[in-house]
Ligand binder design. Structure first.
Ligand code: ADP
Ligand code: MG
Length: 272
């Protein structure tokens, strides 16, 4: 067997298929090391337009690193991230955000000295100002429209009772929902979520699943890093599995559940 054939066989075994239709995000051969530690090696990943793509894997697998590479917080040592035909690698987080990529981080990043409402308005106002400079679509959206929309989104994420509370007084789970609202008001083409339900009680986790399902109906593309298999299997159209910085499997939830490599590397640790 030739070397090429072996590689192809290996790719098929991992669940990779060529010619993925409508891919909106293309991660191409990304490597990232931290002082000799290979956090990401040979990472190739395609996300289709409108799908919810889950990235799972054990702690330290490189999931957050991959997300940080996508949003421009980390520069890969090699490889590139291409979104909607634009090479993101080398662009700043702000530039990437302006291209329609929003993210909800593992550690919520909200403005502690602002209220819930103000927090949700900030990304929309800054986006409006960014567009104004670029003379684009939402240039003249006024503050009142943004305020009304922010209130609606806050209602949808279940934080309406805390509309005028300071973000500093919120629980970690509520801060995550606040950050989700801050992402949603941007109407991103691509929403990246790093463990959006971590720190939430089961009731709030279920509410977040329902909310993310609704967004799915709206057609937004989502990449979700998630530890909670209940969340993953409730939401994901396709799943990629990272282990030791490498993608070891990719496929539908059913394929992933039955993939022996995944069972060995990850799912064996948990009851799925
Ligand atoms: P995951 O999100 O899958 O738990 P991470 O992407 O956070 O994993 O981390 C992958 C590996 O890279 C871990 O071994 C982690 O300790 C290391 N790592 C992540 N970020 C840094 C950093 N900024 N500096 C040094 N090592 C890091
Ligand atoms: Mg992480």
């Amino acid at each position: 067997m030739s070397v090429t054939a072996e590689i192809l066989d290996d790719d098929e075994e991992r669940g990779f298929k060529s010619g993925i239709p409508d891919k909106v995000l293309h991660i191409d051969d990304v490597h990232k090391s931290f002082s000799g530690l290979h956090a990401l090696s040979d990472v190739d990943l395609d996300v289709r337009k409108g799908e919810t793509h889950a990235i799972i894997g054990p702690n330290g697998a490189g999931k957050s690193t991959l997300l940080n590479v996508c949003v421009g917080r980390l520069k890969p040592d090699r490889g590139a991230v291409i979104f909607d035909g634009e090479v993101l690698t080398g662009k700043s987080p702000h530039e990437i955000n302006q291209l329609g990529v929003a993210r909800v981080f593992q550690t919520p990043e909200v403005f502690l000295d602002l209220t819930v409402l103000e927090n949700v308005m900030v990304p929309a106002l800054s986006k409006r100002d960014g567009h104004f400079k670029l003379n684009m679509f939402r240039a003249f959206a006024d503050e009142r429209t943004i305020r009304e929309e922010a209130i609606e989104i806050i209602h949808n994420v279940g934080l309406h009772a805390q509309l005028n509370d300071s973000a500093s007084s919120m629980s970690r789970g509520d801060k995550r929902r606040l950050e989700l609202a801050m992402g949603l008001i941007q109407h991103p083409k691509l929403l990246l979520l790093d463990e959006p339900t971590a720190g939430m009680a089961r009731h709030d986790t279920n509410a977040t699943i329902e909310l993310l399902k609704k967004i799915k109906e709206g057609g937004m593309t989502k990449v979700i890093i998630e530890h909670d298999m209940h969340v993953v299997f409730s939401l994901a159209d396709r799943i990629s599995v990272l282990a030791g910085g490498r993608i070891i499997a990719q496929g539908t939830p059913e394929e992933i559940k039955n993939n022996p490599r995944v069972k060995e590397a990850y799912l064996g640790e948990e009851q799925v």
